[in-house]
Ligand binder design. Structure first.
Ligand SMILES: Cc1ncc(COP(=O)(O)O)c(C=O)c1O
Length: 411
């Protein structure tokens, strides 16, 4: 069995005619901030500096920096305050990091289906999953395309259910003039090395709710530890030591200074490639809704029209990769009800929290859920993550590769 690879190691084998994010552009002040950490003998509070800078830039009251979004969302799940067996409605097309905290806290993930032709959930698909056990809704903006958050918030607020965002793939993307991650009660971000702000492993949570922020700091960064006079540290509940390392904070700070120009370029590149792909018969670019003012694109994608080509989606993708699109491939692994094989096993075996109680009904995963998402992904080809290094010429080269592969495989 081959272990999954992460970060630059996952990209090392890629060749092609197009750029990929590695080696990363670090930002002009990266070395200066790293040097400060070293020169200070670790006494500088680079994490705090990054938290304040990120909060100010995105326009929220609190930022809690973590060593990644998987830990960020684990902290958020731990701070939610629900009961084992409560349900969290979650997007089905995402990364495992969205789910890990929910599962560890013994919540039950309920996957809302995607809206037709998209990798994102919609107000309607979310509403269809709400039950008396719904504790929260966790929305993912897949590939950087922001979900219809006004609609989702309206559906949730009717039932008094809080909404959270996993904004990992939409860093500084804008929805109706507002940043992704500020469209709900709280949001998690990733600054992992291949993300829009790449800093090896890193992440954060943002929220305007001061009490919730303090609770997440307590559980997430202080291991739920309190100082008791005449005793010392006491831990009043389970907690984590998920503080962002000082050197990561230094790199994040440097990345924050170049993120605007990077996101602007990603938006232009994604829109140009999408326009060029739309001109190719049989190819459907991933739709960008009008309400997305800034598409902070992290991973492009396009779909094959049913019946348009003789080859399979996987064959089409590998021909694109061979012709020069680095990392072109299928995206089925992003379908969490299928990829997290232990969920269905545990649900069928009624293993805690699927035992009743705490669960109040039976659950199934895999083929039993999200038919629209499964059908969409069966025809979807993901690009490698795109990046700010693309020139307009790269966009034309990319579209030409897809056109040539399409012409060679027409039904
Ligand atoms: C949507 C989404 N959620 C969560 C994660 C996990 O983030 P991290 O690698 O920082 O833990 C990722 C990373 O790929 C992601 O894309």
């Amino acid at each position: 069995m081959e272990r999954a690879k992460y970060g630059a190691a996952a990209w090392a084998h890629l060749t092609g005619k197009l750029p990929n994010p590695f080696p990363r552009i670090m930002g002009p002040n990266a070395m200066k901030y790293l040097q400060e950490v070293v020169d200070s003998g670790l006494t500088v509070n680079m994490m705090g500096r990054f938290e304040r800078a990120f909060a100010e830039k995105i326009g929220v009251r609190n930022c809690i920096a973590t060593p990644g979004c998987t830990p960020a969302l684990a902290v958020m799940a731990a701070a939610l305050g629900g009961e084992p067996g409560d349900e969290i409605i979650v997007s089905p097309v995402t990364d495992y990091g969205t789910l890990m905290g929910i599962i560890r806290e013994n919540y039950i993930p309920v996957f809302a289906d995607t809206e037709p032709g998209s990798a994102n959930v919609s107000p309607e698909t979310v509403e269809a999953c709400i039950t008396d056990r719904t504790r929260a809704i966790l929305i993912v903006h897949k590939t950087g395309i922001i979900c219809d958050m006004d609609g989702i918030n309206a559906v949730a607020s009717k039932r008094g259910i809080p909404v959270y965002e996993d904004a990992c793939q939409a860093v500084f993307g804008k929805y109706k003039g507002r940043y992704a991650g500020t469209l709900s009660h709280a949001a998690g971000f990733s600054f992992d090395s291949e993300k829009t702000m790449g800093a090896d492993v890193g992440g954060c949570i943002v929220t305007n709710d001061d009490a919730f922020a303090e609770r997440m700091r307590f559980i997430g960064q202080s291991r739920a530890g309190v100082q008791k006079p005449h005793f010392g540290r006491m831990h009043t509940e389970p907690g984590y030591a998920y503080r962002m390392p000082q050197c990561t904070a230094a790199i994040c700070l440097a990345q924050l200074e170049i993120v605007d120009e990077n996101v602007k370029r990603r938006d232009e590149v994604a829109r140009l490639i999408s326009k060029l792909l739309a001109e190719i018969p049989g190819i459907v670019p991933h739709p960008i809704p009008d309400y997305v003012d800034v598409y902070s694109s992290w991973m492009l994608g396009f779909s094959l029209e049913p019946g348009a080509f003789r080859c399979t989606t996987e064959e089409f993708a590998s021909q694109c990769a061979e012709a020069g699109i680095p990392g072109a491939g299928i995206a089925s692994y992003y379908l969490m009800p299928d990829a997290l094989t232990f969920l269905d096993k545990n649900a069928r075996a009624k293993r805690y929290p699927y035992s009743m109680p705490p669960a109040s009904r039976e659950y199934r995963y895999g083929e039993a859920v999200c038919p629209t998402a499964r059908e969409f992904l069966s025809r979807f080809i993901r690009w490698s993550t795109i990046c700010e290094k693309y020139t307009d010429e790269h966009c034309h080269i990319a579209a030409e590769i897809v056109r040539l592969v399409a012409d060679a495989n027409r039904a």
